[in-house]
Design a protein around this ligand. Sequence first.
Ligand SMILES: Nc1ncnc2c1ncn2[C@@H]1O[C@H](COP(=O)(O)OP(=O)(O)O)[C@@H](O)[C@H]1O
Ligand SMILES: [Mg+2]
Length: 420
Amino acid sequence: MGEIFTGIDIGTTKISFVRGEIKNGKFDISFLRSYPCSGLKKGKIVDMESLISSIKKSLKDVEDNLKVKVKKAFVCSSGSEVQGVYSTAAVKIRKKEIRDSDVDLVIESATAVEIPPDRQVVHILPVEFIVDGVDGIKDPIGMKGLRLEAKVYIVTASANHIQNLISCCSKAGIEVEDFVLQSIASAEATLTEYDKEIGTMVVDIGGGSTDIAVFYDGYLRHVAVFGIGGNHITSDLAIGLKIPFHEAERIKIQFGVALPDINFGSLKFQENEKDIEIIGVDKKPAKVSQSVLKEIIYARCEEILEFLKKEISGIDVSVSSIVFTGGTSLMRGFIPLAEGFLSIPARIGNSDSGIITACSELGLNEGFEQAEPLYESFGPELASAVGALIYAVKSKYFQADLSSGMFGKIKSLIKNFIKI
Ligand SMILES: Nc1ncnc2c1ncn2[C@@H]1O[C@H](COP(=O)(O)OP(=O)(O)O)[C@@H](O)[C@H]1O
Ligand SMILES: [Mg+2]
């Protein structure tokens, strides 16, 4: 048996378990399954007992299937009140040539920022090193100079939210090895090195929230969470059409289109303009026109896109492409709508790019052929789960071999820094 890694994605609508194995230099995903989740609203925990029971039920099924006990995992979820700040520090280079110990010291100084007690650090990522005023350096070891500066990006979230999540997992029988922010996990699963270089925003639109992460020049530059997601579209349809929530969910998935009856250049959906049959709360059948459905859906999509527009205009790096993940990205017409609205090329993020990128970074082969039926089901709604697994593999690999790069250094320092 090889080395096994487990990722758990706790979302507003579903919990996904994903297991991967590294054996003989090959990385394989051996298990991937989602279960209903309750206890979260808008990405925040509102009922701990319900969440514990959802985790317990799914864990039992996973263990029954795998015939093994799953004791610990990397857990990914949407953070509450997520914020990111830059922090910088400078040190004198002691022996003229930069050594590991200089880098350790400067990173440690940059991460020594005061965090209010109600917030918890969830990620610290390097942005750049500056040697004697020359910026944009990714690995300064071996360079000559007098002064070394480090710039890091520190992501914090509500401490209560993280602690409650960890406590729910622990009460359900799972030890949290590390917490991964949903948007960062989605990025791990879907972005290539090239995406991260050119300036790419990952947008995960789940049931209760929209989580974003912006990468530029190879590193994370911005994170934010907006408490609106696909369930709000369903509620709007339920209220607007006077139908039960589950009926609204059915017609949303079956007939929903995000493009309204207006033109975005040449983009206009004209298929299937027939009325749709619905069952009202009074259990009586009724009909609704496609255009009413589109208008209701569009209103929420526009709200989400307005949020993205505001975030893009508020940051100091340029966004050249957008990758959408999360179940709501599957809404028909959403990608062309987003491209028209934001004037930025967009695509749906599937997890194969992240797996290939991680394997090439770690010098592993990916076992796509073996696990083909599993890989075929890799939709954007599973990106964060797969990303949590990739994150787990990367952080363990880099920690085992600290000479392998900056990520390992930062991770090992963070380990001492975050007390989960
Ligand atoms: N084909 C689809 N079209 C539109 N919305 C969809 C589709 N599939 C899933 N969704 C929506 O995606 C949301 C769930 O997203 P997901 O990323 O799976 O959730 P979570 O918040 O649990 O991580 C729900 O609101 C669901 O209605
Ligand atoms: Mg999710």
